[in-house]
Design a protein around this ligand. Structure first.
Ligand SMILES: NC(=O)c1ccc[n+]([C@@H]2O[C@H](COP(=O)([O-])OP(=O)(O)OC[C@H]3O[C@@H](n4cnc5c(N)ncnc54)[C@H](OP(=O)(O)O)[C@@H]3O)[C@@H](O)[C@H]2O)c1
Length: 259
């Protein structure tokens, strides 16, 4: 497959447009509700911007629907009404089932890049997993060919398997990001240098990736150091939400703690 069109111009559309274009796939149409958004991405990858879905139906390759999960059903209906149901169309959502496609579609699937993607922040796609779901072997084959333009790691999954991975991804990325953001903000609000924690954060990720199977958790909860835990909870007395997370996570690390 040498051509794609994109519906949406947000984070995922931005990354796929750039990385596919870099991989030799020509980006034909970029659709957005807002002309300016489509125009700016189209300029970057030499595609054609449009706010008319019927333009996208003139495209010759696959169509990737990169809109928020809640918008996918309506966008697929609008796309079908605009003549796109005969194309190979896929969405990029981890949590949305493949059966979200209305019956009008004959070739459809899911093309889920398993990474946190933010517009303008380049990431390395070389070994990034792309999870593919489709009931149709020919579609699986075509989507694999497309994914192989950008990565050497393509995995077929069912809807349920993809949702399990997506749920874990929310914990691994969103929750960790949030917790770190709260922790850094907390020490910075006390006039301390948050970057003191950067080497610890990097080593934590390395330990998880390389040694997690060995059970290398450290800290006051696993050591049953109740005095230390109470001292930390006292420090967090002015942020009950954070204190509650601290207590729950400590109990999850060591269920024997009476905290
Ligand atoms: N970001 C990630 O890390 C990531 C990773 C893997 C998969 N995904 C999945 O990829 C999909 C897109 O995520 P994203 O992060 O790229 O979202 P996003 O940055 O919020 O971009 C959403 C795009 O959809 C358009 N849009 C929003 N609401 C719409 C509606 N009601 N009707 C039509 N278009 C609408 C927006 O258009 P306007 O420009 O007109 O506002 C924008 O172009 C989601 O299914 C998400 O679960 C995200």
């Amino acid at each position: 497959m040498s051509t794609v069109s994109l519906i949406g111009s947000g984070n995922v559309a931005w990354h796929l447009a750039h990385v596919l274009s870099h991989g030799g796939v020509s980006v034909e149409w970029i659709w957005s509700r807002q002309a300016g958004h489509a125009e700016s991405l189209a300029r970057e990858v030499k595609g054609q911007p449009t706010t008319r879905m019927s333009d996208v139906s003139r495209s010759s390759g696959a169509v990737l629907v990169c809109v928020p999960d809640h918008a996918i059903p309506d966008v697929l209906v609008e796309a079908a009404d605009s003549g796109l149901s005969s194309h190979l169309v896929c969405h990029t959502s981890g949590a949305t089932p493949v059966d979200v496609f209305p019956p009008a579609y004959s070739r459809f699937g899911v093309f889920y890049p398993l990474q946190t993607l933010t517009k303008g922040h380049h990431v390395d796609f070389d070994h990034l997993p792309v999870l593919i779901t489709s009931h149709d072997h020919a579609v699986q084959h075509e989507l694999t060919g497309l994914a192989n333009r950008i990565t050497d790691r393509v995995v077929y999954v069912t809807d349920v398997e993809r949702r399990q991975i997506h749920m874990a991804a929310v914990m691994v990325n969103n929750f960790v990001y949030h917790l770190c953001d709260r922790a850094f903000s907390r020490v910075e609000s006390q006039g301390l240098d948050g970057s003191l924690l950067y080497p610890l954060l990097k080593e934590t990720v390395r330990k998880i990736v390389d040694f997690r199977q060995e059970g290398v958790q450290t800290g006051p909860a696993i050591r049953h150091d109740l005095n230390t835990l109470y001292a930390h909870l006292k420090l967090l007395a002015d942020e009950p939400g954070l204190a509650s997370m601290y207590r729950q996570l400590s109990r999850s690390i060591n269920p024997e703690l009476e905290l």
